[in-house]
Design a protein around this ligand. Sequence first.
Ligand SMILES: *Cc1c(COP(=O)(O)O)cnc(C)c1O
Length: 364
Amino acid sequence: MFEQECAAFVDAGHAVAVSSCTAAIELALRALELPPRAKVATSTMTFCGAVHAIVHAGLEPVLVDIEPDSLMPSAVTTRRAVRDAGGVDAMVVLHFGGFPALVEELADAAGLPSHRVIEDAAHALGTWVGDRPVGTLSAATCFSFYATKNLPIGEGGLITTNDPKLADKVRMTRLHGMSRDAWKRYLSSSNWRYVVESAGLKANMTDLQAAIGRGQLLHLTAWQQRRTELARRYDDGLAGVDGLRTPPWPRGGRHAWHLYVVRVEPAFGMDRDTFIEELAHRAVDCSVHFIPVHQQPYFRRLLGPDGVQDFPAADAMFEQIVSLPLYPSLTDDEADRVCEAIRELATGAATMPIPRTDSWRSVP
Ligand SMILES: *Cc1c(COP(=O)(O)O)cnc(C)c1O
């Protein structure tokens, strides 16, 4: 039921619930049946799990630099990275923070047909590209229901697709490569025989998670409206602050506002780390999404000197980005206090630190 309801929400033919978005990406990549060590392009400004999924699928990540405004790869940075890698076999497109990525344009830039592209939609439940919800724009779209995401279950993930064969493959691979899942096996009309078709994973969603997800789904539309309202409130409250750049709105489609990422530019007169510390003194907890993947020691070793050459935009933007608190239960007053605290920092006004209240923390 949860799967059908999710499929309906994003207007997809098939939805397969799994244990996490990381597992979803790995399963989707495995379903492409690429040769071992085939190259998969993805943003360096992403969560490490999204790149681990590529590695665990037996494939080789090719990291792509970003375009500073959207904090995502553009057609230009994609074309350059793909050229430097001597071509790629597939690509994982990320809708950073819920901002709609132009999937088709990026596939063209990478020289890939859409059936070699999958989407990391961990931030993008509620994102629309043009007049279509994210969910069927590529071979497979991978969502996350982790505790911090737009539809929190605690843990969980989902793959949506319009390709019935791909849906069947991931349905089998999510549970030991067995051709029938356990629940069906124990129906009285069924028997005890099971068939193992491939080296599957143990990456199924549990019924309990799905039950929670069904309840959460009832709120999703209202939560998305609230996120959009809060983004507008932050825009208004932070307008005109020197050296503080608010995030862009898409020209078409819909932003899911999973994150509200501001940039603390040199003109603000304070570096990003101090900005976060000073806000913490004022009981505003922020976060940073993300530390670029190529800066992490594991990926530096994995990619070698050739693979971690030059990511000037990601390196520069990483020094400036801050994710402000954004979740549906954040009140107008709380959002206004965040803006006031930032305005205080901008004007250098000395204020008494207010006692911390843990009730309006940003999620990590
Ligand atoms: C959270 C996140 C993931 C992983 O989601 P899980 O469900 O926790 O595995 C993948 N990619 C991005 C961009 C994320 O933010």
